[in-house]
Design a protein around this ligand. Sequence first.
Ligand code: ZN
Length: 105
Amino acid sequence: MVRGLETQVVQTYINKRVEARPASLDPATLYVVCRDGVPHHLSMVCPCGCKRELDINLKTLYEPAWKLTEHADKTVSLYPAVRLNTGCQSTIWVNYNNVKLNGEK
Ligand SMILES: [Zn+2]
């Protein structure tokens, strides 16, 4: 994997609405985990290759929370970027299912 300061589209994920988070995540799927049909968190595998599984909170009740937008074309976007303070320290953007990465290594 080529790393650099430039933001790059790593890959296009598919997205799935699920009622329960699978025990193991497919590395190219954005899981919109819902409770009673309401998005609760987004589960995905870090796109940098570190294989870390991320569970991103979408409930504004808890901090920090991210905003998930479900588009008319069925893709999703996440705002703001997810910055990992530990491990690979990647910054991850999800935009219309395109996952971009800024790995400062
Ligand atoms: Zn990573």
